[in-house]
Design a protein around this ligand. Sequence first.
Ligand SMILES: NC(=O)c1ccc[n+]([C@@H]2O[C@H](COP(=O)([O-])OP(=O)(O)OC[C@H]3O[C@@H](n4cnc5c(N)ncnc54)[C@H](O)[C@@H]3O)[C@@H](O)[C@H]2O)c1
Length: 342
Amino acid sequence: MEKLRIGIIGVGGIAQARHIPAFLALGDKCTITAVSDVNGDRAREAAEKFNIPHVFQDYKELFQEVDAVCICTPNKFHAEITIAAFEAGVHVLCEKPMALSAAECEAMIDASKKANKVLAIAYHYRFMKEAIAAKKSMEDVGEALVVRVQALRRRKVPGWGVFTNKELQGGGSLIDFGCHLLDLALWLMGNPKQTSVTGRSYNTLSKIPGQVNQWGEFDHQTFEVDDHVTAYMTFENGASMLFETSWAANIKEDVANVSVSGVEGGLNVFPFELYTTKNGMLFNTQADWMPGEEEPDVPQASNFVAACLGEAELVVKPKQALQVSQIIDKIYESSEREEGSR
Ligand SMILES: NC(=O)c1ccc[n+]([C@@H]2O[C@H](COP(=O)([O-])OP(=O)(O)OC[C@H]3O[C@@H](n4cnc5c(N)ncnc54)[C@H](O)[C@@H]3O)[C@@H](O)[C@H]2O)c1
């Protein structure tokens, strides 16, 4: 069988650190035939480093050499490039967040349906072994009632790249980091429809000059995205979620976790623990061993390639990624309304 020909669009940090090595590890199923980057030097360097034959500065020219693309550009270009890829008859794995807004996500889904091509979003937390164990264990938890999501970093605003540029990224800690854990939580809950979303976003800390920051330097004067966000949401099945994300929290240590309190039991994802009752007793269970890879990159790439080849169902469905973006939109809107009323 012919190998799936893959092109990488935007060969910066995430493409070189995660996606290119992951596709290269699946050499019996796929081959990376082309790269593209608006920065021509970066594109040529990446092609040379990973021995990739075709290099383009304009991503539209890359489509002729590939069956599928992995889009690793700033968020602003996710929708435009995805839709262009579908118009060229090419499958898409797009980095998270799916796009800048839910409206853009809907246009991406429409284009994928029209082209009858795969659209996957890189919510890679789903491929972590703890997340897979938690999904399987929802049987023991029963219906999720109250879900707590924390995606918190202590003083780690990404000082490199374009992470603090609102025009290119659409937001800060919520759209960049919180989106991963929000996606994971919704998936564990079975993606029930949200009925209400309220939230508040902050950037107080990062606007004060001279902040202590562990991840490089950023300009407090031009800092315009959120560095801390809280939200509360309810769902049509009666569940509710307490959500918090930050790049710059004043907390003891970083936390990236989802915990679920359900009708039958509960669980914690990172580290994975199951809370149950039996014979009038309370049990806390840790897995002695669980299957899965240490890193989620290869399983994620493998699921995408298999879906393109018609051999597997996608783990991250585009409609689920759309729901993440709908909730993000609502949190930002709610926060703006609150600010306006103060
Ligand atoms: N899954 C994760 O945990 C994770 C981690 C980091 C970044 N990301 C996502 O990956 C994407 C890229 O982030 P990054 O850290 O690699 O950024 P980066 O700035 O290191 O790389 C982005 C690259 O895209 C190129 N580019 C910009 N516009 C382009 C265009 N129109 N066409 C082609 N190339 C273009 C830039 O020149 C740059 O080389 C973002 O959407 C980000 O949210 C995801």
